[in-house]
Design a protein around this ligand. Structure first.
Ligand code: ADP
Ligand code: 5GP
Length: 193
């Protein structure tokens, strides 16, 4: 890769259930020069997740210790009592290998990363066609309790208000089209000087 093209930051944010994990996973297979920023979280591991691959799973105490040490580029208490954050060391790990970094973070975290990196970053807001569709996707995903789904839907309504602050809004209705669109936009951005 040419030096001028190194180290772009691709921020993908959305209300939970809009399809960002699906789109991020696809992006990572479609564009070789991207690497996923593994966040830290204090939430329990879900079935099928791996520590150090999906997240760095930390106890709440260890997470709070890292906050004190200023180890985070950004962190949020995304749900009451549940912390998520991006470690500086993770961004350094990826950029030092010469890759572009893909972040899957909540809406506030995404805007904070954008503030930090400015035009070197592109922030994309993934939107479900409606709150009803989002709720339906969360139920069908079968990964969260009814209470957790309710919390995610309540939060989605307030997160939608931030959409206009993003560089791009991508509606994830037809998955095939959303995949094609996101690859096009990101390919264009990483190839710009
Ligand atoms: P998020 O990471 O934003 O919480 P996921 O990627 O886990 O969302 O998607 C939520 C659920 O919706 C998953 O079960 C996924 O397979 C499904 N899904 C994602 N995109 C679409 C789409 N365009 N149409 C229908 N189902 C979708
Ligand atoms: P989940 O529990 O479904 O994996 O993620 C819940 C929410 O936390 C999602 O909106 C996800 O994008 C967000 N999230 C994951 N990692 C981070 C992070 O490092 N920082 C912030 N601010 N949010 C994150």
């Amino acid at each position: 890769m040419e030096a001028s093209k190194l180290g772009k930051l691709l921020i993908i944010s959305a209300p939970s259930g809009a399809g960002k994990t699906t789109l991020v996973k696809y992006l990572l297979t479609a564009i070789e020069s991207l690497h996923f920023s593994i966040s830290a979280t204090s939430r329990p591991m879900r079935n099928g997740e791996t520590n150090g691959k999906d997240y760095y799973f930390l106890s709440k105490e260890d997470f709070q210790q890292k906050i004190k040490e200023n180890a985070f580029l950004e962190w949020e208490e995304v749900y009451e009592g549940v912390f998520y954050g991006t470690l500086y060391s993770e961004v350094e790990r990826i950029t030092s290998l010469g890759y572009h970094v893909v972040f899957d973070v909540d809406v506030i975290g995404g805007l904070n990363i954008k503030k930090h990196y400015g035009s070197r970053s592109l922030c994309i807001f993934i939107q479900a066609p409606s709150i009803e569709v989002l709720a339906d996707r969360l139920r069908k995903r079968c990964t969260d309790s009814d209470e957790s789904i309710k919390k995610r839907i309540d939060k989605a309504a307030s997160e939608m208000k931030f959409a206009s602050q993003f560089d791009l809004i991508l509606v994830n209705d037809d998955l095939g089209k959303a995949k094609e669109d996101i690859v096009k936009k990101i390919t264009k951005f990483i190839n710009e000087l």
